[in-house]
Design a protein around this ligand. Structure first.
Ligand code: FAD
Ligand code: NAD
Length: 463
């Protein structure tokens, strides 16, 4: 690195230190490229570590512990009524979980020689960035990797509704446990955080504008989660929108499209996330940005500008950390001259609710939409020995296969631990394994993974 009048020259400037950005920078360093990461927060981890995946999963773990204690009554174990102290809970989440991982990332960066520059980066053309912040500087680069992520979408027309209206970041801060919580949006965040607050004692009302939870996900996978959420939440209102929100006397009044008015203590808005591509000076590059702010990339993570790559949420759906990480590695490898591409057949998706919902590859709904002939096998966990020992018969494993070749095209799972089981499924889809391969692989007994083998055997028996 050449310093002088605060102009820095590097091989690769990475803008944004989330999973996409830090994975790209670490891979650059491994491949002998000098990389710096510019991040507005001065830390590596991004939304995933500080306001997303990790804090939400920490809180969902707490919810699962509370739930396990409640369920234990069924087999004669009574721990008594739980008492939750918020301050130790917040401290554990922030220091022991998030803080520990953040320190780990900082030390990996140090070990790999990746410098983290604090400040807001703005492009000044295809080879230079301006960093705004405490130490303003310019960074000249041979290549840049844009990894600025996404931010919560506001509810249209309701941007000024006051501080009782939370986004996911505010909800994860756990300022309090409101008596009555309205969750707007029945997607990933609405369901995960809705379950957290319900477990902590809030009466949760969830409002979803479409006619089902987790739109886009196969209905048979959503059903067990919907049933569970119906028990945990005060109510779930489908096909309903919030049309107005107003603060009144320490509460929030929500007008619904059904004509109903709800009075709640807090509102969590979880209606999607939008790419953070505005105000970055991208117009000074040749990178193309669409009307929703999505930066267009090809499978090598190249934008229309030969010097600018983009990875992660800023490149659109699916906005998942592991996709961002894989893209980050691909971008670094392409810059280093390797024949790498983001051409994965399976990007696993996991909703970490109770029960967990997970899928990868082709879904049944996609196959139907595309008019593609597939064979489907379902194995209900009611027939799984392991599920019985866990007291959980509410799961399902589903295989989507090609009728001609027997190739596994997709897998859907719902049940506790589905998020771990989807790893085998992703490997099967990615490696183009057949149903016969799955059936002939010995799965340890009694495990939930046997349900993949059983589903495969169901298909073979039919053939
Ligand atoms: P981000 O992680 O958003 O990082 C972008 C970084 O860029 C930030 O650090 C930001 O400070 C920085 N930045 C932005 N603009 C600039 C600028 N101009 N200059 C300098 N720096 C800038 N995904 C999963 O796979 N699993 C989960 O369980 C999961 N749970 C989630 C839970 C919640 C509540 C939320 C909100 C998201 C969750 N996600 C989850 C999504 C996941 O967090 C994102 O997909 C992931 O963080 C995207 O990584 P990224 O590198 O693209 O961007
Ligand atoms: P989402 O897209 O998952 O769900 C948003 C939901 O809000 C949809 O069901 C949509 O129909 C509904 N909606 C939209 N406008 C509405 C309105 N006006 N009124 C009522 N409902 C409305 O978005 P999210 O839950 O905000 O999460 C954002 C993204 O973050 C996810 O799509 C995912 O990419 C990522 N994420 C992933 C995980 C995970 O991997 N476990 C967890 C949390 C977030």
């Amino acid at each position: 690195m050449v310093m002088g009048d605060l102009v820095v020259e590097v091989d690769v400037a990475v803008v944004g230190g989330g999973p996409g950005g830090y994975s790209a920078a670490f891979r650059c360093a491994e491949l002998g490229l000098e990389a710096v990461v510019v991040d507005a927060t001065a830390r590596l981890g991004g939304a995933c570590l500080f306001e997303g995946c990790i804090p939400s999963k920490a809180l969902l773990h707490v919810a699962a512990v509370l739930d396990a204690a409640e369920r234990a009554k069924e087999f004669g174990v009574d721990f008594g009524a739980p008492r939750v102290a918020l301050e130790p809970l917040r401290r554990w989440k922030t220091e022991r979980v998030v803080g520990k991982l953040a320190r780990g990332l900082a030390s990996v960066a140090k070990a790999k020689g990746v410098e983290v520059v604090a400040g807001r980066a703005v492009f000044e053309g295809s080879r230079e960035l301006r960093v705004e912040g405490e130490t303003p500087q310019k960074i000249r680069f041979k290549h840049a990797i844009l990894a600025t992520g996404a931010a919560p979408s506001p509810l249209p027309g309701l941007e000024r509704a006051g501080d009782r209206v939370l986004d996911s970041t505010a909800a994860l801060a756990l300022a309090d446990v409101p008596g009555r919580l309205l969750v707007v949006g029945g997607g990933y965040i609405g369901l995960e955080l809705g379950q957290v607050y319900a477990a902590l004692g809030s009466a949760v009302t969830l409002v979803e504008m479409l006619d089902g939870l987790l739109p886009g996900v196969d209905r048979d996978l959503v059903q067990p989660l919907a049933r569970r959420a119906e028990k945990q939440f005060a109510s779930i209102l489908l096909g309903t929108r919030v049309v107005a929100l107003s603060e009144a006397g320490g509460a929030v009044e929500a007008q619904l499209s059904s004509g109903e008015t709800l009075v709640v203590d807090r509102v969590l808005v979880a209606v999607g996330r939008r790419p953070q591509s505005a105000g970055l000076g991208l117009e000074t590059t040749r990178a193309a940005v669409d009307a929703r702010g999505v930066v267009a990339v090809d499978e090598r993570c190249r934008t229309a500008d030969p010097y600018v790559f983009a990875v992660g949420d800023v490149t659109g759906e699916p906005m998942l950390a592991h996709r961002a990480m894989r893209q980050g590695k691909v971008a670094a490898e392409v810059i280093a001259g390797r024949p790498s591409a983001f051409d994965n057949a399976a990007v696993p998706a996991v909703v970490f609710t109770d029960p967990e919902v997970a899928w990868c590859g082709l879904t049944e709904a996609e196959a139907a939409r595309e008019g593609r002939a597939v064979t489907i096998a379902r194995f209900p966990w009611a027939a799984s020995g392991r599920a019985a020992t866990l007291g959980r018969a509410d799961g399902l494993t589903k295989l989507v296969a090609d009728p001609e070749s027997g190739r596994v095209l997709g897998v859907g799972l719902v049940g506790p631990g589905a998020g771990e089981l989807v790893a085998e499924a992703a490997l099967a889809v990615e490696a183009a394994l057949t149903v016969e391969d799955l059936a002939a692989t010995i799965h340890a007994h009694p495990t939930l993974s046997e349900t993949l083998m059983e589903a495969a055997e169901t298909l073979l028996r039919r053939a």
